[in-house]
Design a protein around this ligand. Structure first.
Ligand code: G6P
Ligand code: MG
Length: 223
């Protein structure tokens, strides 16, 4: 693991880290699964975290052995329906939807001069940040449209570091998804996993929930 004193920036995931939109994504995908008749499980729900829209749909169809049942156009229609339902939930969001301790942590790292970027697979990330009134904290956002591979590939976290002109070893990546932690690790950044220790067992540092994430707690776990 890198030394705490080497760290100059943070690359953040959004859904499930800054705000609990992962619950909204799950709710909207669950509707799609019910519609197509694919079985919904906690394992599938966890596996979808951090995964792009079309790849998520493919995973749901696969779980129901339905991959060949839909044409590409029908798949796009299903994904669009999911997104419409998801956006209805996003529309109701306010800054109250920021997860506990996150605003304080963002202020803390900003005040200490760390650089910040966003590495979310979501094409809706700018809209979610706007609803949370956090747009100003993230002038640098990886555009998921420019990615050739999604998480767990390192590409998104490498771009997150590049946007703030840092080497991966100078960055900490923050994630709630196993695929995301794998992406951070493969990029050569230090990984923080927020949530279940077992699910996120590959993370360098684990916090049960966002309120535990402070610079002092991170420093304690790094040399
Ligand atoms: C994040 C979420 C996933 C979501 C993906 C794409 O990674 O964790 O659940 O599927 O973004 O989001 P989008 O808003 O573009 O459909
Ligand atoms: Mg996430």
């Amino acid at each position: 693991m890198a030394k705490f004193s080497d760290i100059k920036g943070f690359v953040f995931d959004l859904d499930g880290v800054i705000t609990d939109t992962s619950v909204f994504h799950s709710q909207a995908w669950h509707q799609v699964a019910d519609k197509v008749g694919a079985p919904w499980s906690k394992k599938l729900e966890d596996g979808l975290k951090g995964i792009s829209r079309m790849d998520s749909l493919e995973m749901i169809l696969k779980a129901g052995n339905l991959s060949d049942k839909y044409t590409d156009d029908q798949k796009v229609a299903l994904a669009t329906e999911k997104n419409t339902n998801y956006l209805k939930l996003v529309d109701q969001m306010t800054p109250d939807n920021i997860l506990p301790g996150i605003k304080a942590f963002l202020d803390e790292i900003k005040d200490h001069g760390y650089l910040l970027s966003l590495a979310s697979a979501s094409k809706n990330a700018p809209k979610v940040l706007e609803k949370l009134q956090l747009t100003d904290y993230f002038p640098k956002i990886v555009d998921p449209k420019t990615l050739s591979k999604g998480k767990p590939d390192p590409e998104i976290y490498l771009k997150g570091a590049e946007l703030i002109k840092l080497k991966p070893e100078q960055c900490i990546g923050v994630e709630d998804a196993a695929a995301g932690v794998a992406s951070i690790n493969a990029a050569g950044e230090t990984s923080i996993g927020i949530g279940d220790k077992q699910t996120l067992k590959d993370a360098d540092i684990n916090f049960e929930n966002t309120s535990e994430m402070t610079l002092a707690n991170i420093q304690k776990q790094m040399a």
